[in-house]
Design a protein around this ligand. Structure first.
Ligand code: AMP
Ligand code: GLY
Length: 415
């Protein structure tokens, strides 16, 4: 079986490793990939989405796995182009990927199908936003498009709201687009991942990511400074409630709206005092949740994804470890506002009791260097949470580079 994984970050490194460890022993390729990923998934000669489709056809690729979201909505859409070329794709077509690409589309979907979510109003000007906020703080402002995790501001007061609105409407930091003014919810967050195949689904191990840059959930939002995953993260009763109130109505809604879906769907949930509510959908696995979850997946993930892309949900092909997994992100100087490339990384080879996934590195003169905001993800597992926390942080301690930023409270639950 030949599988091509689309993406280049730590999530894709983890996916590629999990696929490589599948008993069906697939031959792996990656696009655009990274030097670390190329060690297990060979590069292609493709330069863009269209040449990638041609390359996959020419090279007899049996399955395309979408790691990163951007290709799902680029041009005609990765999955749409795969379908036309007769290549099974694990990842949804462009029309369904609007659930992630457009927050307004997602909100309308949630409202239409009575799925619990925060109230929201879409606006297209700064004045419209001010009127929708109506002096009620805190408020949540969301740019209606892909913004690499930077398009959301939880604003405690008018000054912070005006700063974000000026970035969007005056400086056009994210390009053209509308803004959702949303009711601010409270409660712990949890990430639920469902593998959806048409009208059926399988829930993977729940996870929690740590979005804020600093200890104790302080500082700016980031793409994620770490994650913890375990089936024990939420109670069986709560998981049942999430299935009946959120996952099943979503799967039914996709069917009713004629939105085909085969792939991972990520439910970003907030556990509010009145029950779980949807904060966001992402049409892919989470990053860094994927790095924490993949080591817990047993069985044949490659065969599972191929069967799913062909329209057969086969839960019997995989199972999930009962234990805990903790992922600690090592970020470069300046992250999340900026990032610094070229700092020499030492100690990766000293990590033997944990997995190290590469999010943003490059090899120069035989040495790994930083090459992005999030640089490495160090992941360790254990039967209990404390064991996984200790092992992941002990492994992370072995790695260093100038400007390294890391949270030492990853895996310690704040709820
Ligand atoms: P998103 O990109 O939609 O996941 O938002 C990023 C983060 O902003 C979430 O993980 C939450 O921490 C926070 N957030 C988003 N929407 C809300 C909301 N309605 N109420 C409170 N916090 C929110
Ligand atoms: N960890 C957040 C995300 O993948 O969007």
């Amino acid at each position: 079986m030949k599988i091509l994984v689309v993406g280049k970050g730590g999530r894709e490194h983890a996916l590629v490793r999990a696929l490589a460890e599948s008993p069906s022993k697939p031959e792996l390729f990656s696009f655009p990939g990274s030097e670390a990923i190329f060690r297990i998934a060979a590069p292609t000669t493709a330069t863009d989405l269209h040449s990638l489709i041609g390359w996959m056809k020419d090279n007899g690729i049996d399955l395309c796995v979408a790691g990163e979201e951007s290709y799902l909505v680029k041009e005609e859409g990765l999955a749409n182009l795969c379908e036309r070329a007769g290549i099974p794709c694990w990842g949804p077509p462009k029309q369904s990927a609007q659930l992630e690409a457009s927050k307004e589309f997602a909100k309308e979907f949630l409202f239409r199908h009575n799925i619990p979510t925060a109230r929201a109003t879409a606006v297209s000007s700064l004045e419209g936003a001010v009127s929708a906020i109506n002096g009620e703080y805190p408020t949540v402002l969301k740019f209606d498009g892909l913004a690499a995790g930077k398009g959301v501001a939880v604003c405690p007061d008018e000054a912070s709201a005006m700063e974000f609105l000026n970035e969007v409407f005056t400086e056009k930091r994210f390009g053209e687009g509308r803004v959702l003014v949303e009711q601010c919810l409270t409660g712990p967050e949890v990430s639920i991942f469902a593998a959806i195949v048409d009208d059926r689904y399988l829930i993977f191990t729940p996870a929690r990511d740590y979005k804020r840059a600093l200890e104790d959930d302080q500082g700016p939002n980031t793409g994620g400074m770490g994650a913890v995953a375990s089936r024990q993260l939420i109670s069986p009763d709560l998981l049942d409630l999430i299935k009946t109130d959120i996952v099943q109505p979503t799967v039914d809604g996709l069917r009713n709206d004629h939105l085909p879906y085969r792939g991972f769907l990520y439910f970003g949930l907030m556990l509010t005092p009145t029950g779980p509510q949807v904060i966001e959908y992402n049409c892919r696995f989470g990053d860094p949740e994927c790095q924490a979850v993949m080591p817990l997946v047993k069985g044949d993930l490659a065969a599972f994804c191929l069967a799913g892309a062909q329209g057969h949900l086969q839960p019997e092909l995989i199972s999930f470890d009962d234990g805990w997994s903790v992922c600690v992100i090592l970020a470069s100087a300046g992250y999340p506002e900026s990032s610094r490339n070229g700092d020499v990384i030492t100690g990766i080879e000293d990590v033997t009791e944990a997995r190290v996934y590469h999010s943003g590195t490059k090899l120069t003169g035989g040495q790994w260097q930083t090459n992005g905001g999030r640089v490495l993800a160090v992941v360790a597992g254990a039967a209990d949470r404390e064991g996984a926390v200790t092992a992941a942080h002990a492994a992370a301690d072995r790695i260093s580079f100038d400007g390294l930023q890391r949270r030492t409270d990853i895996g310690i639950l704040h709820f």
